[in-house]
Ligand binder design. Sequence first.
Ligand code: ADP
Ligand code: MG
Length: 712
Amino acid sequence: MSSKQKSFKKSLDDPLQFIKGAGPKRVMLLKKLQIESVADALYFLPFRYDDRSQVKKIAELVPGEMVSFTGKVIDAGTIRMGRNRKLFEAVVQDDSGFIRVKWFHFNESYMAGKIKLGNERIFSGKPTQNKRDGGLEMIHPDTDTGPGDDFSTESLDIGRIVPVYRSTEGLHLKALRTIMKNVVDGYNHLVEEFLPEEILNRYKFPKRSSAIQLAHFPPADTSIDLLENFQHPAQRRLIFEEFFLIQLALAFKKRHQQITERGRAFKTRGEIIRNFFKLLLFDLTGAQKRVLGEIMTYLEKEEPMNLLLQGDVGTGKTVVALTALLTAVDNDCQAALMAPTELLAEQHFLNIRPFCSALGITIELATSTGTAKEKSLIRDRISDGTTQIVVGTHALIQKKMEFSNLGLAVVDEQHRFGVLQREAIGKKGLVPHVLIMTATPIPRSLALTLYGDMNVSFLDEFPPGRKDIETRLFYENKRDNAYHLLGKETEQGRQAFVVCPLIEESEAIDLKAAIDVFEELQNQRFPDLKVQLIHGKLKKEERQQIMADFKEGKIDILVATTVIEVGIDIPNASVMLIEHAERFGLAQLHQLRGRIGRGTHASYCFLIACHALTNDGKARLNAIVKSRDGFAIAEEDLRIRGPGDFMGTRQSGMPLLRVANLLRDIKLLELSRLEAFALIEKDPQLELPENAKLKIMLHQTLGDQMGLMKII
Ligand code: ADP
Ligand code: MG
């Protein structure tokens, strides 16, 4: 097709400037809403609906009946009622009579700008009878600019269930509605069905184009209740289809891995493992035993393990990981443990090394620090197979790194890595078994979309003797109180962490802030104690020395940037004081708090926050104060921030959800998952003619994003 021909042919990819009502300025504003093409607009559904289907004259209004009317504002203004109470009242008139409309909660200048003398407006709500004079009035009506000239023709703003879209400053809802109407009228006939008949019938889903039509402009008899709860079949269908494609991609990937990838079937519970268990100073918890049993079953298969292990901070994931690593070594393979930060890699290395020495196993630390020569020597020992266990950071998945015989990789605290990176480590050597561990329990719905192609195990029991942690929020002017309480703990011989935030854009400034805190503590507050500063810019040896000193109790207060966020295990530390707590994510705060309460002492987490907290900021910090349960906190995080931003998943391959909502629509998510996996079971390559459209759709929408390009 020549480009000229093409320009005459309508397509769902058409940019919005083709749409009547969408001038250059509005096109810019729409872009802010992530609406650039016709298809984007079709999937930009209303988040709410106003029932303005009943239109009456003012004289016909009756109390308690949901209704809309139009009228002219003939009086308006603020009325004071006593000292602190105010009321905004207007009188509205049409050719049949007049009515008072009232607002008790309002912004004065906003109302004065909106409800002006002489203006023709639409009002919707339920009229009530005034108790004193018996007259009809309407409290807190919805109101919109009047229908104007449009009134005689079919109006989008009255006489129907009116869609309410999320908009942006400068883009009036009326204009947005008009654009949407033009998009739906002009293009909806191009929307093709791709869901299999069978599914449409089973769930009584409407066709795709009717669903889109209805969701934007529902006919007057549509149940507003269903609409508002996103339970209307049209909405359910659109939510389902969005989840279904993602689940189909995941099912496809999983199936593809099963068919094409071969790993090594390990013998488990061998001599090394038996000896290792003898070295342990504690008994495994029931959950640790169960999870290890699950892992062993996976490892005994030739199909490579692809397992996500969820276990809250302190549930004892390290032992599980080490058992898996040692199983690989017992099978003459190399094993790798990848951590998100240098410090955590170092700590893992230091923790694991004594076991390796006792068992006669060679272990190496591979990070990005050290001279080029040192690093190259380490790489040599890894590639010639001298090194049996490697602990490291993402240095492990760099191109230069080659293993001679990698049999298993453990990735600790996966959420800090991009989802795609988990695949990179799988690419080294014959497909290794992969165990991904996360201490930030991911809400089930998110796990199903992010990791839906993996198996999941749960470490849901804490080792015995876990001590209470009291969490308290202090505003900045009460900082002294927090430090006073910290001092009481150090008097008893406990140790404390003081954490300062790190914002990557300005590392120098952050470091300066941490240094200031350190100097204040050492010179003014606690001159008799040993205070030490640790941060990411220190040399590896220095950091290791500091952590060793802290562990041995030679340091009382460790001032740190977030390098200590995960994995650090110092049982005698009983205080975690976090400066500028509002700058941290919930997952991070939960992790930081997980550094204490590990010994036999009651522990304290003090959050210091600035006064100008936003409502979200307050809600987030309160979630931490209220709960120590990682799952509850993760759900709260998802609720406050939305999935796009959850734990930095925005950059990590989380598909954008336009219609579906991971909290609201979990049932449909699970349904779509069942259907998608069943379909791939039946038609693994999507070759059946009835699935042809589905295959194309999958390719178009998620091919790039979910790494399907090469395999589908
Ligand atoms: P996670 O990585 O899951 O946050 P760790 O593996 O660091 O937790 O374990 C937390 C602490 O609990 C460590 O001090 C570890 O030695 C200890 N631990 C682990 N398993 C047990 C157990 N079964 N009994 C007693 N202590 C345990
Ligand atoms: Mg850990």
